[in-house]
Design a protein around this ligand. Structure first.
Ligand SMILES: Cc1ncc(COP(=O)(O)O)c(C=O)c1O
Length: 387
């Protein structure tokens, strides 16, 4: 073997991808001891009863691999919860798979469906994993901008952009980052547009239970033409305040789930077993109305306090734990620059909206996460009064 050193260089398939805005703002928040309203996670603990179940299974086991599609009891509980909320029954044996968070479910659904040359309709602003995953499998994202400031869909534009290459449409309602919920008429319009086609839907519904008015919960699962072609993705991270556990799921009709599981078994195979058992015990006692109420109270408090005590202009959400905030009356600075200034000079970290788009967009809007203790929110607003 020669002892000459080879100058290695390497271009990975995603070498164009940069550090995410979430890592950047969280690091900045830490460096400046800022109140962190940037990344989407609660700063409070999950229910002690859930933690007791985790302790129980960590002592007793199982400590070995879970079944490839997920623990049977856990799948049953998730299917029951889905039926209770959206009145459609998925088959436990063949129509659900537990995943390593919703992020894996999204990636696996895209890997299952997308090939070179396929087009995928993505509404932006969009959750950051969609674009790179579509491109990794040779697909082309076709972006449609939601209409600021209501973040509504221009259905005429959707109709114009559909083509014989359209393989998939990604729907995210309740929506991160706007907090908006699609109306029944939006789902019906989508249903009308895809009827008779082979277009698939990837429904990112991770905030399915974080809707402030529980009567308004809506899902592709309620629309037969949609659910028959949908991968529905959920996240226990959001529903049970355990984002760090990275447990999610995908539900889909059998003909799609069969293919999804083939990819899942080689990407991941199976998911943390004791945590699935603990969540299975816990789900039947989950207080869904309490969950809606918790986040509605935090949303309303933040909205009112930003409005009355600061010069920022909050926009109302229907669900999720995010709120958009307009700063155009305070500054002309671009979003990233303004967000950095808020963190370094005023000690409040938020997320600029522009990185959720592919093309440059600057509406002078930031995303605030209000899944925080009341003291954290109070301290954040009190710092922002100095703006
Ligand atoms: C819209 C959306 N989809 C997917 C995810 C990922 O969920 P998980 O943490 O379960 O991977 C998030 C998390 O922030 C999200 O906001």
């Amino acid at each position: 073997m020669s002892d000459s050193t080879v100058n290695m260089s390497f271009n990975g398939n995603l070498s164009h991808v940069k550090e995410t805005i979430f890592s950047k703002m969280s690091a900045l928040a830490q460096a400046h001891q800022a109140i962190n309203l940037s990344q989407g996670f609660p700063d409070f603990n999950p229910d002690p009863e859930l933690l007791e179940r985790v302790q129980h299974y960590h002592q007793k086991g199982p400590h070995q691999y879970a079944p490839m599609p997920g623990d049977l009891g856990f799948r049953k509980r998730l299917v029951e919860l889905s039926e209770k909320t959206f009145d459609h029954v998925y088959r436990v044996e063949s129509e659900i798979c537990i995943t390593a968070g919703a992020t894996q479910a999204l990636g696996t659904a895209i890997a299952t469906a997308i090939r070179e040359g396929d087009e995928v309709i993505v509404f932006s602003p969009a959750y950051d994993s969609y674009f790179p995953m579509i491109e990794l499998y040779g697909g082309t994202p076709i972006t449609i901008k939601l209409q600021h400031p209501n973040y509504s869909v221009d259905w005429e534009q959707v109709k114009r952009l559909l083509s014989h290459r359209t393989k998939m449409i990604i729907v995210n309602s309740p929506h991160n980052p706007s907090g908006k919920l699609w109306s029944e008429s939006d789902f019906l319009k989508l249903q009308e547009l895809v009827a008779g086609s082979k277009i698939l839907i990837l429904a990112d519904e991770v905030y399915e239970h974080l809707v402030f008015d529980p009567q308004e919960k809506r899902s592709v699962r309620q629309f037969p033409e949609l659910r028959n072609r949908s991968f529905v993705v959920g996240s226990l991270g959001k529903t049970a305040h355990v984002t760090g556990w990275k447990i999610g799921y995908c539900m889909a009709p059998e003909y799609l789930m069969k293919e999804f599981k083939k990819v899942h078994q080689y990407q991941v195979f199976s998911i943390n077993h004791p945590l699935q058992k603990a969540l299975a015990d816990y789900l039947p006692q989950l207080d869904l109305d309490g969950l809606s109420q918790l986040f509605k109270t935090k949303h309303d408090w933040l909205y009112q306090n930003l409005l009355e005590r600061t010069r920022l202009k909050p926009l109302k959400s229907d669900g999720t734990y995010f709120m958009l905030v307009d700063y155009s009356e305070i500054s002309d600075a671009p979003e990233l620059e303004f967000a950095e200034r808020l963190t370094t000079e005023y000690g409040v970290a938020t997320i600029p909206l522009s990185p959720f788009y592919r093309d440059p967009v600057d509406h002078k809007v930031l995303r605030f996460c209000f899944a925080k203790n009341n003291e954290t929110l109070e301290e954040g607003v009190s710092r922002l009064t100095k703006l």
